[in-house]
Design a protein around this ligand. Sequence first.
Ligand code: GUN
Length: 283
Amino acid sequence: MAQIIDGKAVSMSVKQRVKDEVALLKEKGVEVCLAVIIVGDDSASRVYVNNKKKACEACGIKSEEYALPAQTTQQELMDLIDELNARKDVNGILCQLPLPKHLDEKMVIDAISPEKDVDAFHPFNVGGIMIGDYTYLPCTPAGVMELIKSTCYDLKGKNCVVIGRSNIVGKPMAMLLLQADATVTVCHSKTVDLKAIASKADVLVAAIGKAKFVNADYVKEGAVVIDVGMDRDENGKLCGDVDFDSVEPKASFITPVPGGVGPMTIAMLMQNTLRAAKQQNNI
Ligand code: GUN
């Protein structure tokens, strides 16, 4: 039987630390502020943005929401980013993805000043992760590292398998595990015999986007299993990429969905926003 990694509890302690530091900054006359841009009416994005705003409130971080209509032009969006880049009182800028199809996401990511890029999506920040010299880590992989740390599991020399190669999760996740001295394999939709590779992993990170894809056949006895998925099962219920009921008896540690990686992503965003404010004020 696995020990459940409580993402909610770990995220609360990260947010408490952030809250304490935000309060100290306030005493020094610095108010930490995150600008959040959302374009259109994607319902999942609305939930994510609301959760980010709630976390800001809980940490004492000011949040400014820019809710733009779906028909917003690229130029209008770029003008808003320019304005936010120039404002000294805005420390972090986040544009919720995905954007409506007519908008160019890469152009938006490239336009956000790297110093305010609390998602760590800008090529400058992505490059920093590659060479281990960074200010911001992307929130989800950074959250996963915190969760693994909370178990006191030593990654050194361990065989880690990441399923998924997205720019937001899979690729940076592999880099962070590598930096922790793990041996890392990245698998994806074209991988031949994924089951054979995954089932040799000491640590298995599932970031595929397919409900309950990873069952017990993919998991080695005693593995640490991290589920980055946010999917819906056949009944429309929130679930992860891991078939929890089948995998849990085999794993040593496992993250649940909800209550695993999800809360950590937001906690790390708060940490990045605090870091941005400190950096910009030379603290
Ligand atoms: N859409 C899904 N996840 C994320 C995220 O972490 N940041 C942003 N900006 N958009 C997202």
